[in-house]
Design a protein around this ligand. Structure first.
Ligand code: NAP
Length: 255
């Protein structure tokens, strides 16, 4: 079935757009008519995503950009590039870039704790703030910010103290942003994926993945498109009365 066209004339910024869930989100938003700024650490992978985007709507345009979302100077430069390319602020931002550096708590290094918090939590803070500032400065209210959490942020997971903390933090950040930004008609929501088949989960040993799948009531791993579809809904006006929410997309898994 053809995707609905709910995002015509909408500029969307997607971080971590060069891989896995982020790539599927870029594709889905572009199918809905959005122009997409594909942002990734790795410019080549962002460009690969760019090549795969829909261009069916007149005026629709996309760009691939590189930025490290954990660095304020990169985020500032990114916003300047987007403003000069599109002459308008993004109305949709998906904070999807994320990393894991797993280890058991008794051994987890300070460096690996900080780097995961910096990308997964400080990154969404910097982008949310910058996008909201640019919308407010434009004098025209309205926007949707979608942050990628994880079911692990709710329930914890062995070997992921840093990751779980970062993803719980994302929910708190999002709920607060929702309260502060509602007066500008900017909605903020968190998506909580369960286990999704991407390069991130490819790193998990097969034995562990088999165990996880056996715990999923729907009996399969999620696909990136399962998450992208929910992001398109949250980006669109169909979710106009939803803000501060956390939406689990887990196939029923609650570890
Ligand atoms: P992925 O395939 O590893 O993609 C993550 C992307 O983020 C990569 O393209 C990566 O670029 C980029 N990235 C990493 N650090 C960055 C930074 N500092 N600045 C900008 N971009 C950066 O992972 P995924 O599975 O699609 O995950 C996407 C999001 O979903 C993450 O937030 C993850 O925590 C969340 N999530 C995933 C699952 C799952 O089961 N897969 C479950 C729950 C939540 P490089 O490749 O160049 O490093």
């Amino acid at each position: 079935m053809a995707a609905p066209i709910r995002l015509r004339s909408t500029l969307a910024l997607v971080t971590g757009g060069g891989s896995g869930i982020g790539r599927a989100i870029c594709q889905r938003l572009s199918q809905e008519g959005a122009s997409v700024a594909v942002v990734d650490l790795n410019l080549d992978s962002a460009k690969e995503t760019l090549q795969s985007l829909s261009r069916g709507i007149p005026g629709q345009d996309h760009v691939a950009l590189t930025a490290d979302v954990s660095r304020a100077d990169h985020v500032r430069a990114l916003m300047e590039q987007i403003q000069s390319y599109f002459s308008s602020p993004p109305r949709v931002a998906v904070n999807n870039a994320g990393i894991t550096k797993d280890d058991f708590l008794l051994r987890l290094s300070e460096k690996n704790f900080e780097s995961v918090l910096n990308v997964n939590l400080k990154g969404p803070f910097l982008i949310t703030q910058a996008v909201a500032q640019s919308i407010v400065a434009s004098g025209k209210n309205g926007g949707s910010i979608i942050n990628m959490g994880s079911i692990v942020g709710k329930v914890g997971n062995l070997g992921q103290a840093n990751y779980a903390a970062s993803k719980s933090g994302v929910e708190g950040l999002t709920k607060t942003a929702a309260k502060e930004l509602a007066k500008f008609d900017i909605r903020c929501n968190t998506v909580l994926p369960g286990f999704i088949a991407t390069p991130m989960t490819d790193k998990v040993p097969q034995k562990v993945m088999d165990k996880i799948v056996s715990l999923v009531p729907m009996g399969r791993l999620g696909q990136p498109e399962d998450i992208a579809d929910v992001c398109a809904f949250l980006a669109s006006d169909d979710s106009r009365y939803i803000t501060g929410a956390s939406i689990e997309v887990t196939g029923g898994l609650y570890l």
